[in-house]
Design a protein around this ligand. Sequence first.
Ligand SMILES: [Zn+2]
Ligand SMILES: [Zn+2]
Length: 271
Amino acid sequence: MSESRAASPADALPVPPDAYGGAIVDMHVHTRGHSSDSTLDPAELPRLVREAQITGVNLSEHHRVWDRHLQLEYLSEQPELLVNFGIEVSTDLGHMLAVGLTRYEGGIHRAERLRAALDRVGGFLIVAHPFRHAFETRSGGELPLALSAEQAAELPVFRVVDAVEIANGCNTPRENYFAAEVARIAGLPTTGGSDAHSARGVGYFATGFENPITSSQELLEALHARRFHAVHRAASGRLVRFGPGSLEAAERLGASPVGGSARPPVRGGRA
Ligand SMILES: [Zn+2]
Ligand SMILES: [Zn+2]
């Protein structure tokens, strides 16, 4: 990457308090009974959301959206919680977080078909953890990514999606920072999410929106308005815009990357 295009250290400093003063949504959460690899009891979410000092969650279950009757039952039990019932789909262009689908549809394992399905319903598509394991050999050693950020920004996936998940709680900082740099070059807005598969990690990363959000419809509208950014919370309570170096900068400022008692999700073989 050229020096002139590299993010300046100032990008890592806390954003002005009013820049993302609206909803703060963990856009990537898996729950028990809906994602086979998750132990997170949905009944725990209101408490976890409160502790992480966020507004709500987007449930991104593997290859399924909650059945409608279960959604309604859950919403009646948790009327205070902002929850959107999304889906994470494994596609030929990587894992995708889709907002707006009401169910899994045949053929959407092809990103092009998933894009078309979302376009039919006014949905929104985010590529999840795009560079997970990009710097690792199979035996766990370090591997320099063969592509520069400029080259990576030309990959087909970035022409299909609406946004890029640049802060994923199961990724390494290096993987996330590279995704952030690629998203910047590609001119795509960015999201953050914990990718929590248990009670640990909810809210570790999130997406800060400009305005308050009270429903799934408002979440979709806010996403299409592109007025959001991946964030993490400093110990002072301020939101920090996630970007290359922001975790270390937050630490130097005496801040932690998390809100409340949240800890990073457990990494390891996450899908
Ligand atoms: Zn996931
Ligand atoms: Zn995934």
